[in-house]
Design a protein around this ligand. Sequence first.
Ligand code: GDP
Length: 650
Amino acid sequence: MAKLKLHQLAKKFNMDSKELVDKLRKSGEDVPSFHSTFDEEKARQILFKEKSESPHSPKLEKKESKDKEKKSLEKLKIPEGIVVKDYAQLVGKPPNEIIKRLIELGELLTINQSMSPEAITILSESLGYEAEIVSPFQERILEEEESEVAPRPPVVTIMGHVDHGKTTLLDAIRKTDVALKEFGGITQHIGAYQVEHHGKRITFIDTPGHEAFTAMRARGAKITDIAVLVVAADDGVMPQTIEAIDHARAAQVPIIVAINKIDKPDANPEKVKQQLTEHGLVPEEWGGDTVFVSISAKERTNLEELLEMILLVAEFQELKAPYKTRPRGVVIESKLDKGRGPVVTVLVERGVLKVGTPIVVGLTYGKIRAMIDDKGANVEKAFPAQPVELLGLSAVPEAGSEFFAVSDEKEARKIAEERALKKRLIQEIRRKHFTLEQLYQKVEEGELSELKLIIKGDTHGSIEAIKDALTKLDQTKVKINIIHTGVGGISETDVMLGAASDAVVIGFNVRPDQNAKVLAKKENIDLRTYRVIYQLIEDIQVAMKGLLAPEFEEVELGHLEVRATFKVSKIGQVAGCYVSSGKVANDAQARVIRDGNIIFEGKIASLRRFKEDVREVKAGLECGLRIENFQDFKEGDEIEIFKVVEKKVT
Ligand code: GDP
């Protein structure tokens, strides 16, 4: 029976490592850490109850039973990646209904988001169609060729706290390269490089830090196979060390710990090991399964061993890529060079990229004019996991964009133009949502005749009072249509509903959660919160008359979590907080939120770090906070930090 590391299992089952560990522990299994191994078949049984079921079985089962009826269904060609709105039009249903049905299937999508092939198939069947998903780019052909795979080098990212030696290590490793010595030690910084160790290659991403790592991931590019966590032996585990661990785990990338600066007299590698154990990274010598290597990047001690360990972990991952397939990969860096035009560093993920190949890169395209490797040499070919700089594109693509080869330049151009058009369309649809300020104008232009509202409040009573007051407003020109009300904070689903129906979302004495905020911003949904009914009604009244022009607006600075509370004599209650996003400034205002309800709003009275008053504290750090006239912090409270600024006239 095959034992696999938990993160590999999680990947196999297409779930989060944490979720997997939680589920296993819940059913009484002994799972000491995220890095433990576990029997695959047993995990499958626990997770999916019956032996033979696969992770997606509930959906698949549905599909299989429907397969039998397929013959009677009407055939329908549906473009790959169709957005909900277009799909709704195609099947002749209102978008709201499609969104509702998708939610039932467990897919939360807004009107402008792409549907997965699975969702298209199942939903179409339930509507009486047999969906044939057609790929606009015929990328299907290349999926078929994928069977022939061969080993490829691992791609490594170096992470860790600032000043712990990431850059020094990247430079030192580069200098170990045999091939580089043959080249006379000339290096080219192109965003990534490869070294050879005992005849095997390793690719390093040349931007240290987890921000770059996560930014890539946010754009959908998962390129790192192994994370090397650098921890200075004289400094120990610091906030960014912990962040790096969290980021690597979220991406399900195995971690190798490099304890650096062991040449320093005050180096204490044992202490670092102890500290990391508390974060689930247990060295093998202590019965765990995390690889630790003690190094000095500066004196180049033990670098060989580190490289060896990287190759060992890589071997365990059995990294493979198809070579005989249409080349694909990701943009790592891009810039516009005066003489050479767009210069783009790409990492080939599959296939062999050759000079002269027409390619599509994000929204741009071109024919590869030349390729230069990390040693500055012109190369004709680039293999999987190899970084190269390429020339010949028509514009500069964004870092994180995907590229793939196509048969001719004309096709490349066509695909790139279609993609650009699609992006513009999506942006236009997004812009169509309106804000209260635009209401009157839209009505005048005949684009709108009613104002749709979603109202969330702290109690039924307050919602009734608001509804009552709204019905008393003059509605001859604009009709008010309250499409949804509810008690509780504003959730992502409320905003989705707002997006799907072009409504304004209003919160009375409640706040949006983080997901709701992010979505509202992305979908351009007007989301307003009030604490006084009169103000809410007045805003709507003047908006209907076209007079709404607020001069001030709230700018969110950051978000805190209360982790502990203290009583300090004469001063009062202090909240020990963790800054989970953005920052907190001592001249800002704070809003205390408990279970989605606003408990208090007021000015920050003091902000401290390690007993010292400070101006501001950034995300990832802890601080002590007091709010004027407030003594009722509870552990688990959330605090929103904001400033009220004059609104820019656009
Ligand atoms: P980064 O911010 O993590 O990229 O850290 P740097 O690579 O810039 O290194 C920060 C400082 O630590 C620099 O002054 C380096 O010279 C020093 N440093 C890095 N590695 C070592 C080491 O192994 N030993 C000693 N003594 N100093 C080191």
